[in-house]
Write a protein that binds this ligand. Sequence first.
Ligand code: COA
Length: 260
Amino acid sequence: MAYRNLEITNRGAVNVITVNRPDKLNALNRETLNELGMAFTQAAYDDAVRVVVLAGAGEKAFVAGADIAEMHGYTATQAQAFSRVGQQLMTSIERLGKPVIARVQGFALGGGMELAMACHFRVASEKAKFGQPEINLGLIPGFGGTQRLLRLAGRGAALELCLTGTPITAQRAFELGIVNRVVAPDALDTTVDALADQLAVAAPLAAAGIMDAVLSGGETALDQGLEFETQAFALAFSTEDMREGTTAFMEKRKAVFRGR
Ligand code: COA
């Protein structure tokens, strides 16, 4: 599949999706949103893909937001559709069923921060900047930012970032629990690759169960979340991978998981 705004590569079981509009700091226009939707669907269907790394081309930006030039002329109805399409993309990433790592080397602003927050991991360079600057445009976040930031970092951080619009450093984002790892710029790729490699050999059905339980549990009461966990736990016992994992432990060898 040929994309105009994405570059897709594979490294073993790791599928790397790179937003490739560096002259516009990888801003998300409608076409890019559509292409991301297709690329993630492809990754979901491809059994050979165990992990996705999402990146932005160039040195400067992961993604500097939704495309402001495109949004400028929108009517409220068009904005509603744009927000819904963006939100659906973010939710489809979050619910992909395979771990997704955001590789953030520069600006992750607005829709870029929302995109990073929809991923399951955020690995950032010390040079990265995170922010929800929509208020400076007379807007509010429209791709889930108010909701995912609230859930990731709490009400205080969500209100501060969205109301001030001031970007924060990767280190501050780490302190707030938004970013998982902050590393020197020249260590970014090795850190992302090592995490991706670790996830690529993990039991895929167990990983899917964990993501489902954590994501669903965040939206329910504790007893419902616990029941969900019990059902996912029981389901794991129907998999070949569970037999392989426990057998390998007893045989003192490394398990090989096949996602069955
Ligand atoms: N939408 C559309 N185009 C964008 C963009 C966005 N979100 N962010 C950057 N660009 C474009 C710029 O218009 C510029 O294009 P041009 O060369 O054709 O004029 C190009 O990317 C480079 O950006 P520029 O602003 O010149 O880089 P900079 O280093 O001076 O500033 C930023 C970098 C990130 C501080 C600045 O680009 C910015 O504030 N971007 C918007 C961030 C934002 O508000 N995001 C939320 C959107 S809802």
